[in-house]
Write a protein that binds this ligand. Structure first.
Ligand SMILES: NC(=O)c1ccc[n+]([C@@H]2O[C@H](COP(=O)([O-])OP(=O)(O)OC[C@H]3O[C@@H](n4cnc5c(N)ncnc54)[C@H](O)[C@@H]3O)[C@@H](O)[C@H]2O)c1
Length: 440
């Protein structure tokens, strides 16, 4: 069994992968900057990605580059590492070497998105004069800071640990809510009004107890009428039922704030993407889930058991009333989640979104139990994963699975990858990063 190695700052430098690594394409990168540099190409358009070095953000940045978007990443490294930026560039270069074409531009700003002065400087560096946009004087008065070449924002940056949020609720409300409100005000000044928000299946709270499979209308911010699976008309009132922790509440409140904003000003296009349980990583083995601190999600803990950093996995409850007794979740490959963002952005830019605020589940539509995930990982790795049964955790539910039909119908997006794909890619990531994870 490999020896213990804490996943700390010491793991930050880019480890030596087991395959040939392309050199960083210097012409296409800008180094991390505190003072945003003036743009070289005035007419280029960008997508701003907050939290773009985190687990889902890094995969989404890569998918955006593959789809041809120029990207500005904002991250304060509170739960990620600077080397992730180099990994994104390497993975993008591998992609464009394979398929041909030129990698779009990507910039990194290592700033806190709540730092108003730093964000204002970044947005000012991307402001486009009214002359360039051929706007009238009225437009300038409506947007005192001018217009922008940033055509949309994907907002991942947030704190996300359920149990930490129970201990430190104000920390969560400050970053996830106060930060969001201030960011929206700043974006408004630059007329940046396409906004994609990282929401969560957490907004359904204990509704999962009643429904098992969850559709967007189960949690709404305006009264909504829909037909259920039996064709009966159902009226869904706004509000939420049984959200069990401050983290989940920040996602519900965040959505509610965005819904109110979109209602008050229909020039916004706002999409809330409700992720179910993202797992896996990019098949290149260059990107993965590498949080600072102690992880609590199933897969990062399984990874720590596989690398010997943890002796065993705690399985919370084996009496859930599911076929094997362990809880069922909708595990979705993170690259599918990432592609959900490019699909949402395209729909927003092409004005195909049915309302100014719209939510979409990003899930596969089918569930796997915790025991199934562990055994799938054991099959791929050919290593036993020691586990013990622990008590159920407060707030957990037996089953939480998405109905993902809305995203398929309106965004043209479906999850494509399987649980086995996710396990194989995770194992690649572990093997390609031996120094980071202490595999020998
Ligand atoms: N991973 C999941 O299972 C999951 C499920 C549902 C929703 N979400 C949401 O998706 C988003 C991304 O999740 P993730 O798993 O990639 O998390 P992550 O922690 O890996 O990524 C978040 C990134 O945001 C950065 N960040 C945090 N606060 C910041 C700030 N104030 N300024 C600048 N950067 C900041 C962190 O350094 C990190 O790189 C979060 O909003 C999370 O709540 C995640």
């Amino acid at each position: 069994m490999p020896s213990f190695c804490p996943p700390s700052e010491a793991s930050s430098p880019v480890p030596t992968p087991l395959f040939s690594v392309p050199s960083t394409p210097e012409t296409e990168r800008d180094d991390c900057f505190d003072e945003p540099a003036a743009l070289a190409a005035e007419d280029a358009q960008f997508v701003l990605v907050t939290g773009g070095l985190g687990y889902i953000g890094s995969h989404t940045t890569l998918e955006l580059l593959k789809a041809g978007y120029n990207v500005i990443v904002v991250d304060n490294l509170s739960n990620s590492f600077h080397h992730v930026f180099d990994r994104i560039l390497m993975a993008a270069k591998l992609h464009f070497d394979r398929v041909g074409g030129r990698c779009p531009r990507v910039e990194l700003a290592c700033i806190d998105f709540r730092d108003r002065a730093a964000m204002a400087a970044l947005l000012a560096a991307h402001a486009v004069s009214s002359l360039d946009l051929d706007l009238g004087q009225d437009q300038d008065q409506a947007h005192p800071q001018g217009r922008s070449n940033i055509t949309g924002v994907i907002h991942f940056a947030a704190y996300k640990e359920v149990h930490d949020s129970l201990r430190n609720p104000l920390k969560y409300y400050q970053n996830n809510i106060t930060g969001l409100v201030d960011l929206l005000g700043l974006l408004d000044q630059y007329d940046i009004k396409t906004f994609i928000f990282s929401s969560s299946a957490n907004v359904y709270g204990t509704l999962a107890h009643d429904h098992g499979t969850l559709r967007e209308e189960h949690c709404v911010h305006q009264p909504t009428t829909y037909r259920d699976a039996d064709g009966h008309e159902v009226v869904s009132e706004q509000g939420c039922t049984g959200i069990t922790n401050p983290y989940g509440r920040t996602k519900f409140f965040g959505e509610a704030i965005l819904a109110d904003l979109a209602l008050s000003d229909p020039s916004w296009t706002i999409i809330g993407l409700r992720y179910f349980n993202p797992i896996g990583c990019d098949p290149s083995g260059l990107l993965g889930e590498d949080p600072r601190g102690v992880p609590s999600n199933l897969v990062p803990v399984v990874m720590q058991v596989l690398t010997g950093q943890l002796a065993e996995l705690s399985v919370y409850g084996s009496d859930w009333g599911t076929p094997d007794g362990t809880a069922i979740r909708d595990f979705i490959h993170v690259s599918d989640v990432a592609r959900g963002h490019t699909a949402a952005l395209a729909a927003a830019h092409e004005q195909r979104v049915l309302s100014t605020f719209r939510t979409f589940n990003l899930g596969t539509g089918s569930g796997h139990s915790v025991a199934e995930v562990v055994s799938a990982m054991e099959n791929v790795t050919q290593q036993p994963i020691p586990r013990r049964i622990a008590d159920r955790r407060p707030g957990d539910v037996a089953s939480c699975v998405a109905i993902a039909d809305r995203a398929a119908a309106e965004l043209g997006w479906r999850a494509e990858k399987t649980l086995q794909d996710a396990c194989r890619d995770l194992w690649n990531y572990l093997r390609f990063n031996p120094t980071e994870f202490c595999l020998s």
